[in-house]
Structure formats: C-alpha cells, structure tokens
Design a protein around this ligand. Structure first.
Ligand code: MN
Length: 310
C-alpha cells in the first residue's frame, strides 16, 4: 500500500473560505473524483448572507454536495429548486458532450430566507465533482437524496453517500445515488475513540479527507483538511485509528478510460472541448439554459497560456 499526503490550498467560493484538496498540482484525481472542497465550518453573523454563488455552468461532470451543517438552496437551469440540509446529498449531472451542459446557483438560507425554522447561521459541507465517462451519452439531471444508508458499529457512525459498501459484519449497504461509473463515498464519524477497518477494492483509487480531528493511517498521521491518497496495490483493507469527535470522508472510484481536464467549472477529455464550453457559456448558448433567479452571472475566464492537455 502507498499513501500520499495531499495538502489543501485555500480559495474563496461565494464569500466562504474553503480548503481545496483536488485538483492538486502534480497529483492524480481519485478515479473519477476530480475536485474536492471542504467548506467551513463558517459561522455567519446576523447581517451576513453567507455563501452566495451566482449563475455558472458545468460540463461533463456531476456536482456532489454532502451537507454537514447549515442549509443551502440550489436552483438550476432545469427548473429545480432544492434546499439541502445536514446529512443530505445533492447531485447535479451536467451531461456529456458539446450539446449538453447545465447551470445553477447556490446560496445559504436561514430561517428567515427560505431555510428550516431551526436552520443554523453557518455552512459546513464537502463539495465534490465526479468526472463523467465521456464515452457514454449522458443527459443532464438533478437529484436530491434526503435518506442515505447509515449504521453505527463499535462507536463509529457510517453514512453511505454513494455506491455500495460491505461493513465489518458482512452486510452490504447501497446508496440510491445516481452513478455513471463505479464510485464509493462514505462519511465516517467517531463517537468514541476507536479503530476501524475500511474494505478496499483492487480496481479503485481511494482518498480520505479529514473533516475534523486526527487520523492514524498505516503509521502516518493526518490532520484536518489533509487528504490521504491511497494506492491499495494488493491490500483489501486499511486500518484507521482516531479519537472521539474525529470525522472523515472516504472516497473511492475506478479511474476513467480517458484524460480528465479541468478548467474553471468545466471538465472535458480535450482542450478543444474546454475552449468550446468557455465560448458557449460566454455567448449565452442555450445548452446551458438559464436559472430563474436574480443573481450575478459569472464569466468564464480564458484558458491560460500553456494549459496542459495531459
Ligand atoms: Mn457549481
């Protein structure tokens, strides 16, 4: 087994400081998981609007939001409007190819702005992108998953956010989340100090994002906002030790059979595809539709000189 440490860089998304773990210079994505932000926990004052992300597009990817605390309203060009609350997943699929694409907005909501009566004035979330297999013809869609498989074993609570996972008792859990290539995503929360065994598949790449606390993995120590990139080789499991309160996100996926390029809010297998998406979005091409909301429309920046296509 080989374990690499990936460190975060900080960025700003809609006014919120975030720790960005993927993409990570010189490092491969975790299979199809190609983008990973840990947002917050950020607490907002009484006159603070929280996160406000204006109208922007996506291509050839799924946005996957795992909400830890606070509430966010999503609105998209398919006409969906959905508030996501803690322990829920939102999954938006942009579709594949130059005829597909989607656009959306995301904003914090509170008790007085469309959230629940007991919505916290805060944001804590993990936002990921899943690159779509571009050899499949995939249509745009949006799904909200309020109920996910969850179980507690030896003082540790597991919530399966996507894919299938066989627990230490031999029970296989399956999340309802739509997938186009094999993936797993699981939240693991230590209610007491414990040691857990995570089962690994030989054809997957894996990563562990520390959301809170400290993890001991195979002789290495990982702190909050670090990502362990795990190459299982022939190991079928990994042991993780942590104290009460520690929480992490376990992700795994098969690599896609083509390059995965990222620029701004676009994923593609070629540089030409990204250039087309930039031009189309900035020209208001109908492939991206429009979101019926009074929020700023973001502009796609041009590809930098020397953008590498591999
Ligand atoms: Mn987005």
């Amino acid at each position: 087994m080989t374990i690499q440490r990936l460190e975060a860089r900080t960025a700003d998304v809609g006014g919120i400081p975030i720790a960005r773990l993927l993409p990570n210079k010189g490092k491969q994505p975790i299979g199809a998981w190609c983008f990973l932000d840990h947002a917050g926990p950020s607490v907002f004052g009484e006159h603070d609007d929280g996160m406000q992300v204006g109208r922007h597009p996506h291509t050839n990817l799924q946005t996957f939001t795992w909400m830890l605390d606070g509430e966010v309203k999503h609105q998209d060009s398919l006409g969906n409007e959905q508030v996501i609350r803690k322990n829920q997943v939102n999954l938006m699929t942009a579709g594949t190819g130059s005829e597909q694409g989607i656009s959306h907005t995301e904003q914090s909501v509170f008790a007085d702005t469309g959230g629940s009566a007991d919505a916290e004035r805060m944001l804590h979330a993990v936002q990921l992108w899943i690159a779509l297999p571009m050899n499949q013809q995939i249509e745009r869609s949006f799904y909200h998953y309020p109920d996910l498989p969850t179980w507690t074993d030896n003082g540790v609570t597991y919530t399966l956010t996507t894919g299938s996972y066989t627990d230490s008792q031999g029970t296989t859990h399956t999340a309802p989340t739509l997938q186009y290539s094999p993936l797993v995503g699981m939240d693991v929360h230590f209610l007491q100090s414990s040691e857990v065994t995570l089962n690994l598949k030989s054809n997957f790449d894996y990563g562990i994002l520390v959301i809170a606390g400290t993890l001991h993995v195979d002789g290495m120590v990982f702190e909050q906002d670090e990502l362990a990139r795990i190459d299982a080789n022939n190991s079928d499991h990994i042991l993780i030790r942590a104290k009460a309160g520690t929480r992490f996100m376990f992700i795994g996926a098969e690599p896609l059979p083509h390059p995965v390029l990222l620029w701004w809010n676009f994923v593609d297998s070629t540089k030409a595809g990204i250039e087309q998406s930039i031009a189309d979005w900035n020209a208001h091409h109908p492939r991206f539709g429009d979101v019926d909301v009074d929020m700023k429309r973001l502009i796609a920046p041009p590809l930098p000189e020397g953008f590498k296509a591999d």
